[in-house]
Ligand binder design. Structure first.
Ligand SMILES: C[S@@+](CC[C@H](N)C(=O)[O-])C[C@H]1O[C@@H](n2cnc3c(N)ncnc32)[C@H](O)[C@@H]1O
Length: 342
């Protein structure tokens, strides 16, 4: 009976799980976290209401939920007046924070990215890819025709770059020594490469992506933007870097992309392909396993044949693409660093 009661509590998580995402989106759109950060000290509900020029009728319930979710914390002054302050978690949802996840949240919670989930069961039953069922074309074609969505998507990728690139820099000491040129294949707006080049200033970076993505990418010191299609050719460099590219594609497409990357680094003395992707371990639990499995579901909903892969699956596509060996380095991120040698 006690066990059944426990299950009864957790069942609500599945029925109403979307509420957490929806309320954080609401808080981000209102800029609750930014307003408190800019205020410099904790804010009372009256101060928050004044800042948003609204009554506290709805706002105090949003704030109460955020406190419960540890996205805000209550503080009391000596007169017993309650105010609200940021928590370590809320810093991820300020717009300009060092680790801002705002664009990733807004992208994933947008009607465009949520629509394919309604077609996931159809996909499992051998139906069309869920994104195509929802929007009539694949995620990349759709992005090329919808600039606002495309720019938000690049911003969303930059959110991950701000988390994973410091983990790569910390966890892969020495990997970038002696590398003078890197091509970031599918580098979006260049945030990841810009951070790498800043950490390793001897590297010249080539940020390679589709024309509609690079037409709005900012200028970045040490980075040259080059348009192209990775299925046709990849600019030559000493190392190719692919972060969150291969999980968007099926095995055959990965072999094509990897073969182009292998050709791009083949002339270099110590050429290598650096792949930043999750490595799913089906047998053991780890800190980021749940996130990796969630992203696997996202790949199923939002790409045609993309998926997260086990080490064995990585080995299989790397061998087919002609690589002689590879190593896997776990880092403090949902992804590991897979280094493949031609
Ligand atoms: C999931 S995003 C990853 C972005 C970036 N590597 C990161 O992790 O921050 C995939 C990227 O691949 C790019 N892409 C898709 N098809 C491509 C192609 N055929 N050639 C070059 N880039 C492509 C997309 O425009 C997008 O920027």
């Amino acid at each position: 009976m006690a066990e059944l009661r426990d299950v009864e509590v957790s069942v609500w998580k599945y029925v109403f799980g979307f509420v957490e995402m929806a309320v954080v989106k609401c808080a981000v759109e209102l800029e609750i976290f930014d307003v408190i950060e800019n205020h410099g000290i904790p804010m009372t509900i009256n101060e928050l209401s004044a800042a948003f020029a609204c009554s506290s009728l709805f706002l105090h319930r949003i704030v109460r939920f955020l406190v419960h979710q540890k996205l805000l914390k209550e503080k009391y002054n000596s007169d017993g007046i309650k105010s609200y302050d940021l928590t370590p978690l809320s810093h991820f949802f300020t717009r300009h924070g060092e680790h801002s996840m705002v664009d990733l949240l807004l992208s994933q919670s947008s009607p465009i990215m949520l629509a394919p989930w309604h077609y996931l069961s159809g996909r499992v039953r051998n139906g069309p890819p869920a994104f195509e069922a929802a929007h009539g074309e694949n995620v990349w074609k759709y992005a090329s025709k919808h600039p606002e969505h495309s720019e938000l998507f690049s911003g969303a990728m930059a959110c991950d770059a701000r988390l994973s690139v410091p983990a790569i820099v910390d966890g892969c000491a020495g990997l970038f020594d002696g590398i003078n040129t890197i091509v970031d294949v599918g580098g979006a707006n260049g945030t990841a490469l810009g951070m790498l080049v800043k950490a390793f200033p001897w590297i010249k970076g080539i940020n390679f992506d589709l024309p509609h993505v690079l037409s709005v990418a900012p200028e970045i010191n040490g980075v040259e933007h080059v348009c192209g299609d990775m299925f046709e050719a990849v600019p030559k460099a000493e190392a190719a870097f692919l972060k969150w590219i291969l999980h968007d594609w099926g095995d055959d497409e990965c072999v094509q992309i990897l073969s182009k990357c292998r050709e791009a680094v083949l002339d270099a003395d110590k050429g290598m392909v650096i792949i930043v992707e999750a490595v799913i371990n089906e047998d053991e639990d780890s800190k980021f396993k749940h996130v990796g499995l969630m992203i696997d579901m996202i790949m199923m909903a939002q790409t045609n044949n993309g998926k997260e892969r086990t080490e064995e699956e990585w080995g299989s596509i790397l061998t087919k693409a002609g690589f002689s060996r590879f190593t896997v380095k776990p880092i403090h991120a949902v992804q590991s660093v897979i280094i493949a040698y031609p």
